[in-house]
Write a protein that binds this ligand. Sequence first.
Ligand SMILES: NC(=O)c1ccc[n+]([C@@H]2O[C@H](COP(=O)([O-])OP(=O)(O)OC[C@H]3O[C@@H](n4cnc5c(N)ncnc54)[C@H](O)[C@@H]3O)[C@@H](O)[C@H]2O)c1
Length: 394
Amino acid sequence: MADEEDLETEFSVKVLITGGAGFIGRRTAAALAAGGDTVTILDSFSPQIHGDPTGHDALKAELAQHADVIVGDVRDAALLKELAPGHDAVLHLAAETGTGQSMYDMIRYNDVNVTGTAALLEAVTAAGSKIGKVVVASSRSIYGEGAYHCAQHGIVHPGDRSPAVMDAGSFDPTCPICGEAITVASTSEQAPLTPASVYAVTKLAQEHLVLAVAKAHGFAGYALRYQNVFGAGQSLSNPYTGILSIFSREMLFGRPIEIFEDGLESRDFVHVDDVVKANCAALLPTNGGVHSINVGTGIGISVNTVAAELARLLDYKGEIRISGRYRAGDIRHNIADVRLLQDTLNLECTIDFKTGLEKFVAWAREELIRGSDNGGAYIHSLAELAERGLMKGG
Ligand SMILES: NC(=O)c1ccc[n+]([C@@H]2O[C@H](COP(=O)([O-])OP(=O)(O)OC[C@H]3O[C@@H](n4cnc5c(N)ncnc54)[C@H](O)[C@@H]3O)[C@@H](O)[C@H]2O)c1
């Protein structure tokens, strides 16, 4: 018993989580606290994520079970400088996260994501700070289009898809060397980084900022490149993010579902509990160095499969229309190469999509029925994109 206590003291850390009231932050805070770490959450309780401030008290009370909760902005350099000296490590999650929205709300996305990270790093490196590690939430979006295999040329990285070809209803990228058909391959951390949205550019900037400053100042830095994270607790009210939330809401309220392109586009859906494990592993004092690491399952799930599985679980009999429309900045496929995750953090993301989805739907159904409908905010978000010329084809 004494040995166990010694071990806990030796390995427990004081962690500051920016964006800790969000989907991933909340779960990570609870897991860190359960493991004996001390957690402070800094979060602005953004209305786009958390809704009207009148509803924040219950969330704050839930968070207070695991953490000290500070309501504040990650761009507030003075506040961060005050907070930094009491902590050993930072998990930097605070961000604006809507890919489509970032294509017109550019100043806000840059300000929160890039300036916010710079403000944080000034505090981490300021006199009096003993922070020895920053873990930043990066994103698969920084790759742009994922890696593919060409029968002739091996692994290739096609660039942006041509609007003319997509307008003609052909969505699959072709080999950038010979123009022949290619098949999707897993994307390793060495793949070229070609972000295709303002959101993705800001995530790449966050990653570069953290890792460059970590190397120069000699602290440990981890950029965890999450794939598409899902699970109970993800925002159901934000119409700008999360296909599972959006489709669930539209199905439960009996609205038609529009699938972009031909529905065969795919993503690597990683369950939030696996992401929490990766965050906790990266924060372990025994894990040092400066790394960029994919966090995903290595398995691609098509949007058609997502819609069909959700319709089955929610008993939805409404329209599912494959529209052929597409969003500027969207990619076709991206599936993580997860070897580095195993080699560096000794981790595998083991929760499979169907099991995770069943749990997600059981939770989302209750939440959506209990809450109020947001009156077609998703349709409105698509109209915003169309008005700005960012929704094409069809
Ligand atoms: N969820 C995913 O699929 C996914 C995938 C890749 C990367 N990420 C990254 O992971 C991180 C966490 O994502 P999430 O899904 O938990 O998002 P989330 O929107 O649920 O949480 C983000 C939190 O940041 C807070 N926040 C926003 N602006 C802030 C500001 N200016 N100051 C302080 N707090 C602010 C919000 O109030 C929210 O609580 C983000 O950096 C996101 O880019 C998420």
